[in-house]
Design a protein around this ligand. Structure first.
Ligand code: PLP
Length: 238
């Protein structure tokens, strides 16, 4: 059977085993790594199956698609992570429905999320996105900008500065990837000296989560290795 045809529970178990091995190589506890199932483009039934199989956290990229799923959710809810790019005219549903936002790189967006966070909810967890490959076409802050940005972010009520997030360039070899993940880890260590609560380090996807864990990732964002190959034509972005 190809991995595509295996049931979700089997793919999930294989991912968990790879996480455990990476943790063992790095001398880390598997409990120190949160697996976020990235469910963009997948129908609600697959998300429900993933949670039934033990996934505790789900990540989504597109606001409308995500909110539809969250509103139709049945049973105990997972922790919802918004991991996609966020425009200022779409902050309200994110502030209202999500627990985490990983893609913060502008104070204006952060302030809107704070203003729109419902009073009865806990503060929204936010990660600062780092443009670790320093690609001008990519989102995220330059590593040198992070501390000043974190100071400002931590002053905003209704947000909790949780840590850092990054998406390295897609074409790196393992050595270069590891170097960038290691750079992120040391940036995270520096951030923690100034903001001890900001311990999250969100890095690693299906192709590279083991290297990310060996470098110190606390949150890995794994989509296709759990849900299967995405077919973008079936959904609309936005
Ligand atoms: C889609 C996506 C992922 C998951 O990608 P896979 O390669 O399917 O694991 C992780 N992080 C972000 C920001 C994404 O957009």
């Amino acid at each position: 059977m190809s991995s595509e045809q295996r049931p979700l529970a089997e793919r999930l178990a294989a991912v968990r085993e790879r996480i455990a091995s990476a943790c063992q190589r790095a001398g880390r506890e598997p409990a120190a790594v949160t697996l976020i199932g990235v469910s963009k483009t997948w129908p609600l039934a697959d998300l429900q199956n993933a949670v039934a199989a033990g996934v505790t956290d789900l990540g989504e990229n597109y606001v409308q698609e995500a909110v539809d799923k969250i509103q139709q959710w049945q049973g105990p809810a997972p922790v919802w992570h918004f991991i996609g790019p966020l425009q200022s005219n779409k902050t309200r549903p994110v502030a209202e429905h999500f627990d985490w936002v990983h893609s913060i790189d502008r104070l204006k967006i952060a302030q809107r999320l704070a203003d729109q966070r419902p009073a009865e909810k806990t503060p929204l967890n936010v990660c600062i996105q780092i443009n670790i490959s320093q690609d001008p076409a990519k989102a995220g802050l330059h590593p040198d900008e992070v501390l000043a940005f974190a100071d400002q972010l931590s002053e905003i009520d209704r947000l909790r500065l949780a840590g850092l997030m990054a998406i390295p360039a897609a074409d790196l070899n393992d050595t270069e990837l590891r170097r960038q993940f290691d750079q992120l880890k040391s940036l995270s260590d520096t951030l923690i000296q100034h903001h001890p609560e900001a311990t999250a380090l969100s890095m690693g996807m299906s192709a590279d989560f083991e290297i990310a864990i060996e470098s110190g990732a606390t949150h890995v964002r794994v989509g296709s290795a759990i849900f299967g190959q995405r077919h973008y034509a079936q959904t609309s972005a936005g």
